[in-house]
Design a protein around this ligand. Structure first.
Ligand SMILES: Nc1ncnc2c1ncn2[C@@H]1O[C@H](COP(=O)(O)OP(=O)(O)O)[C@@H](O)[C@H]1O
Ligand SMILES: [Mg+2]
Length: 330
């Protein structure tokens, strides 16, 4: 699993190394040209001027030392072929969020301003929030108070205007877009109000899709998808297409898909918003079981008091702020 994750520090190192080599090459060329002029009285017109413009002789002599020192350092640091030290695990990969004992997701002074030119909307106005591993948290509040924006910023789908999001020990703001996409694919599961299943694929094919996109072995992906369907109580429905299933079953498939990559946290936006109350109660019971029995961490945006009652903490938002929090006993 770990070997499939990106190593962002390696990319930075190779850029730094390339920069050093370019500097080294330029100063070496300058030195050779300067040496030719000083020692042999030969100048290469134009090129010499371009490489070493009107610098004082002291600076030119200084430049002579640079490549020499660089060459010495490069020779001293060179290791025999094959002995290159592997990138240490701790440096290459952030520990899975929450595994070092800290919260899975932390938001600090988060703000988000949508600026469409004509209007500016302050959708988030200073959110501080921490979600611990194994928690099930509901976010409630009137329409337009910033709930979806918060989920989008916490998952890196959208950038914050200011403030910070930490997932595990990593800051989303310091990741490139590719790293964020990678991170989401590997660490976060999503459940939407409208299920977002592909109609031409069967249940099991929908569930295994994220794994195939990540380049996992197809047989392994199929096995994990079937296990995820089992966990949501759909063992017998694996070959059905979304059209052949009820809304509640479709949302269960979507929940299985969110869990299949074994994410650190699942973000759900109104997961029962399209369901009638009976089916909704089934889905709530499922989410609760996945949380209590399997230790899954959920952050659920909901209007549904049934859902919020199943969680351990309710965060009430209003006008882009957290108005109050309620912790449930037990
Ligand atoms: N892409 C966007 N561009 C401009 N304004 C937006 C955008 N998305 C959301 N908003 C505005 O930000 C505020 C919060 O929206 P949203 O997070 O969707 O609220 P909620 O999910 O709580 O209903 C609203 O006023 C909404 O109109
Ligand atoms: Mg919303």
């Amino acid at each position: 699993m770990a070997s499939e994750r990106r190593t962002p520090t390696r990319g930075r190192h190779s850029v730094a190394r390339a920069t050093v080599w370019v500097l080294f090459a330029v100063t070496s060329l300058a030195t050779i040209l300067y040496g030719l002029k000083v020692i042999a009285g030969v100048t290469v017109p134009g090129l010499y001027v371009r490489v070493l413009p009107e610098l004082s002789d002291g600076v030119k002599v200084g430049l002579l030392w640079l490549p020499t020192a660089g060459l010495v350092i490069a020779l001293l640091r060179r290791k025999p072929a094959g002995s290159q030290a592997p990138v240490p695990e701790a440096e290459a990969f952030a520990p899975p969020a929450g595994e070092d004992g800290g919260p899975i997701v932390v938001a600090r002074s988060l703000t988000k301003v949508y600026d469409t030119g004509a209007i500016r909307v302050s959708a988030l106005q200073g959110i501080d929030l921490a979600i611990e591993k194994g928690e099930m948290v509901a976010i409630m509040g009137p329409s337009g108070c910033g709930k979806t924006t918060l989920l989008n910023v916490l998952s890196g789908i959208d950038d914050a205007s200011s403030g910070e999001v930490l997932i595990g020990s990593r800051s989303l703001g310091r990741m490139t877009d590719n790293e964020k996409t990678d991170f989401r694919a590997n660490r976060i599961g999503f459940v939407f109000q409208s299920y977002n299943l592909l109609p031409v694929l069967s249940a099991v094919e929908n569930v295994e899709l994220p794994l195939l996109v990540l380049g996992r072995n197809p047989a392994d992906a199929r096995e994990r998808a079937l296990r995820a369907l089992e966990a949501v109580g759909l063992t017998g429905e694996a070959d059905k297409r979304p059209m052949e299933m009820s809304g509640g079953q479709q949302q269960r498939v979507a929940i299985a898909r969110a869990l299949v990559n074994d994410p650190d946290i699942v973000f759900a936006d109104e997961p029962t918003g399209n369901l009638d109350s009976d089916t909704s109660a089934d889905v709530v019971a499922l989410l609760r079981r996945l949380n209590r029995e399997m230790g899954r961490t959920f952050l659920i945006v909901t209007h549904d008091p049934e859902v919020s009652r199943a969680t351990g903490r309710i965060v009430h938002m209003r006008n882009g702020r957290i108005e109050r929090e309620l912790r449930m006993g037990g």
